[in-house]
Design a protein. Structure first.
Length: 593
């Protein structure tokens, strides 16, 4: 027998797949390696991705190797479920490679081949049952959101059928995140390597950096849509030059897909939009839209596993997988785009569409991410649609404390929190707290990451302040570090929520924010101005108004009033006394913050 090929500390067992300037081998750790830090790797199988120096121009190899290894280091330091785990790197110019844990399973290209079962290329049948394709797409979206929401974020930018693996347990694993994109524009690549790349990145060196987080997310969502399109048609979406005067742009030609529900078709049209601004702003909103009401990750994995077994046995999933075939698809409809609508007419149309969808979604365990998805998509729908879904119980009218802070530490009664730094209910009013939903995406996957704070609110979109710094809007997965942290949640029209939470083991804060009654009407008015727009809640006579500074023509009764703004970074309310006169001319109050 010929001697086994050895690369560094690894023995090569065979070729897993070519990749242009890289080749991926199945390998294991050599038995003579004495490095104590590697002993836990003994006996395991790995995917060793070798950068082939003979396929790169000699003067370019050092630059390309630097990019290749930099992408590998980023993935090595990224420890999140659903991403292939990098365990080792070799910087040797004679053998430059990245070593990842081997994921045994079926990639999407093989799944399509198995599902087609030798049918003629002209068949109008779907290679993969659309409902199964949607479930796989839902899991990909869930994992992408984990990467996008991390700090620092990780965008894949290289999704393709060969690097999305499905295990026998139905788990989805994304391989080589960031690695393919680091090489695509600086090495010769076959045309098919660009088929799943977003139009705005066609021919662009994404590995050089310069992409905003929004552009990276949008590019990954295009690739997600392209993968689902591939599953249900057996081909990548067609890209064609747009007509003049937009000759430099690219548009997607999406034919009607047989057997695809209008919901899935609408998702594909949105994901495959040629303009990245028209795609969803977050992968989270796709999780339940693609899943046909199968809201739990565990249920999705089980159905995907059954679909894989059916594909391996030859017949189509619809013929051998009653669990999937029996899933009720929502009735045909044409939903609005996922992105937040602008005009009032669009909001009204969105509300009607969302109500129709809520009524159609199967009743079993609708996930909280459905609420998040639709509320992000249709901000005007808000709490009403979610109440119909039955996921969030009716809210209690607990009162928020009045705070008059004269430079001392903040003191406030708060809505009951899930936990405080000591792990106990935040207030004695815990019986009035909204009941926490069953574990969902954030709790089962993300909340167990030490130093992470996950915030889910109804309505979504609340500003999340942590230790006096605004960190984003809910739904939010924020890396804040371990220990106790002060959080403030602020949403227009609702009372603030404040608490101290311990993130040593990862924490989820879920709250239905309490609406605020509008200020008492009177024949006087206030204009409240401040230097920072849209951040600080306005208080009137120690009561929250639900308004954010600045605000014009706030109605009130004539007479003396205390007007204040709560400043989270200072943990205090700044108060000004003013006199309001009766009449149309408002009394002006201006804050220097």
């Amino acid at each position: 027998m010929p001697p086994a090929l050895r690369l560094g500390k690894y023995i090569v067992e065979g070729l897993l797949g070519p990749g242009g300037v890289t080749e991926t081998y199945l390998a294991h750790l050599a038995p003579d390696v004495r490095d104590d830090s590697m002993q836990n790797l003994a006996g395991k199988l790995f995917a060793l991705k070798l950068l082939r120096s003979d396929r790169v121009a000699q003067g370019d190899f050092a630059k390309i190797a630097l990019r290749f290894l930099s992408a590998g280091r980023q993935l090595r330091d990224f420890h999140r479920p659903g991403f292939g785990k990098v365990v080792d790197l070799s910087e040797d110019p004679a053998a430059t490679f990245i070593v990842s844990e081997h994921v045994a399973g079926t990639d999407l290209a093989r799944l399509v081949d198995q599902s087609q079962g030798g049918r003629a290329g002209g068949s109008t049948c779907n290679p993969v049952l659309p409902v199964l394709a949607g479930l796989i797409g839902s899991e990909i979206a869930r994992i992408l959101h984990i990467g996008h929401a991390a700090k620092p974020s990780l965008c894949h930018l290289g999704l393709a059928p060969h690097n999305v693996m499905l295990t026998t347990a139905g788990e989805v694993v994304l391989l080589d995140a960031g690695i393919a994109s680091s090489l695509r524009a600086v090495t010769e690549q076959p045309p098919e390597r660009w088929c799943f790349v977003a139009p705005e990145l066609q021919g662009v060196d994404a590995g050089a950096g310069g992409l905003s987080d929004r552009q990276g997310v949008a590019a990954d969502l295009y690739s997600l849509g392209a993968l689902v399109h591939f599953l249900v048609t057996g081909r990548a979406p067609t890209l064609a030059p747009a007509p003049a005067p937009q000759a430099r742009k690219v548009r997607t030609t999406l034919a009607d897909l047989p057997g695809v529900s209008s919901n899935l078709g609408a998702a594909l049209r949105t994901l495959l939009s040629p303009e990245y601004e028209d795609r969803p702003e977050s992968a989270a909103v796709l999780v339940d839209w693609l899943a046909s009401g199968v809201d739990g990750a565990r249920d999705r994995r089980q159905l995907i596993a059954e679909g894989l077994r059916a594909a391996e046995n030859g017949p189509r999933a619809s013929e051998a997988l009653p669990a999937i075939a029996s899933i009720e698809a929502p009735p045909p409809r044409e939903p609005p785009p996922i992105k937040t609508p602008g005009p009032a007419s669009a909001k009204a149309d969105g509300a009607r569409a969302a109500q129709a969808t809520v009524a159609a979604v199967p009743s079993r365990r609708r996930g909280i991410m459905v609420s998040v998805a639709w509320a992000v998509a249709l901000a005007a729908v808000g709490v009403g649609a979610m109440a119909v879904m039955g996921r969030w119980p009716g809210r209690k009218q607990t009162s928020h404390v009045r705070e008059r802070n004269q430079g001392r530490g903040a003191s406030a009664e708060m809505l009951p929190a899930a936990s405080n730094a000591a792990g106990e209910p935040a207030q004695a009013e815990a019986d009035e707290a909204p009941q926490a939903p069953e574990p969902t995406l954030g709790e089962s996957v993300l909340a167990r990451v030490a130093g992470h704070l996950i915030v889910e609110t109804v309505p979504p979109g609340a500003a999340v302040w942590v230790d006096g710094v605004i960190k984003g809007k809910s739904f939010a997965d924020i890396v804040v570090g371990e220990g106790g942290h002060r959080i403030v949640l602020i949403a227009p029209g609702h009372r603030m929520f404040r608490d101290v939470v311990d993130t040593s083991h990862g924490t989820i804060v879920r709250r239905t924010l309490v609406p605020v009654d509008p200020p008492t009407r009177g024949n006087g008015f206030l204009d409240v101005d401040c230097l920072t727009a849209g951040k600080f809640p306005i208080l009137l006579d120690d009561e929250e108004t639900g308004l954010l500074c600045p605000a014009k023509l706030v109605p009130t009764k004539p007479g003396k009033h205390l007007v204040g703004i709560f400043v989270p970074r200072e943990r205090r309310t700044i108060l000004v006394e003013t006199t309001v006169e009766a009449g149309a001319k408002p009394s002006a109050v201006k804050f220097s913050d």
